[in-house]
Ligand binder design. Structure first.
Ligand code: KIV
Length: 284
């Protein structure tokens, strides 16, 4: 499929034309090529890679070096989708100047088109500074996995009227600070719909219902590659994990029964050369 590179203007236009935005994570060169061959709008190199690629218990362990390493691989495999690099825990929270420098590395060194940060009003000044440096910022509120310990676990947010109102205020503050789009994670559909209607910038939901301006899922979740966490909001669009274990088991059995490699997987030798070689080794 040949198509043009998706830009920030295309993403903003989707909200005006009410065309749902599609976003999916990818973490390496091959998966980026596969995802980018589709009509997807945005590829997110999420810090969820800590769990699904690196085997950490959560996302807080992920470092800048790990994020940049994976972002570079995804950028090499992507021609068309808009690329979002997730800033890892403690790369933007302690210090605004350091946050701007780290955000810059995602664009300069790793080929991303923007960065994503988690948090509400408390990070508005940081967002403002990153945007002022010329770097587009995607916000992320609701269930913010980097602060899961503070939230008391991976749980739905904004369930009470007061908590829902507070989320709306966070969303408005982030928009005012300059975010061009915002992820809404694990919040009731009514709250996400209200936030989406009140914001001029697009919202991208995960576990936030159909009233958002777009949707995002984790590659490994939607393909059935990772079953350690199975939130209610995940739909498996494929069972690739099962297909992989079946293929590997068949390979193991065929090697053991000498069915593999067959003749078509084997390099033949010129007949005369073969005869000469066998005669030479027979005499040894
Ligand atoms: O890291 C990630 O994959 C994310 C998505 C779940 C939005 O932040």
């Amino acid at each position: 499929m040949s198509r043009k590179k998706v830009t920030i203007l295309d993403i903003q236009k989707r909200k005006q034309t009410q065309t749902p935005i599609t976003m999916l994570t990818a973490y390496d060169f091959t998966s980026a090529i596969l995802v980018d061959q589709t009509d997807i709008d945005i590829i997110l190199v999420g810090d969820s890679l800590g769990m699904v690629m690196l085997g950490y218990p959560g996302t807080t362990q992920v470092t800048m070096d790990e994020m940049l390493h994976h972002c570079k691989a995804v950028a090499r495999g992507t021609s068309n989708a808009f690329l979002v690099g997730d800033m890892p825990f403690m790369s933007y929270q302690p210090d605004v100047a350091e946050a701007v420098r780290n955000a810059g590395r995602f664009l300069k060194e790793a080929g991303m088109d923007c960065v994503k940060v988690e948090g509400g009003r408390e990070i508005a000044d940081t967002v403002r500074a990153i945007v002022r440096a010329g770097i587009p910022v995607m916000g992320h509120i609701g269930l913010t996995p980097q602060t899961v310990s503070q939230l008391g676990g991976f749980r739905i947010q904004g369930k009470t009227a007061v908590a829902a109102q507070s989320l709306l205020e966070d969303a408005l503050a982030l928009q005012e600070a300059g975010c061009f789009a915002m992820v809404l994670e694990a919040i009731p559909a009514t709250v996400a719909t209200q936030i989406s209607q009140r914001l001029a910038i697009p919202t991208i939901g995960i576990g936030a219902g159909v009233g958002c301006d777009g949707q995002v899922l984790v590659y490994h979740d939607m393909l059935g590659l990772y079953d350690r966490l199975q939130p209610r909001f995940v739909k498996e669009f494929g069972q690739i994990g099962k297909a992989i274990t079946t293929a590997v088991q068949t390979y193991t059995e065929e090697v053991r029964s000498r069915q593999f490699p067959a003749e078509e997987h084997t390099y033949p030798m010129n007949e005369a050369e073969e005869a000469a070689f066998l005669a030479a080794v027979a005499g040894r």
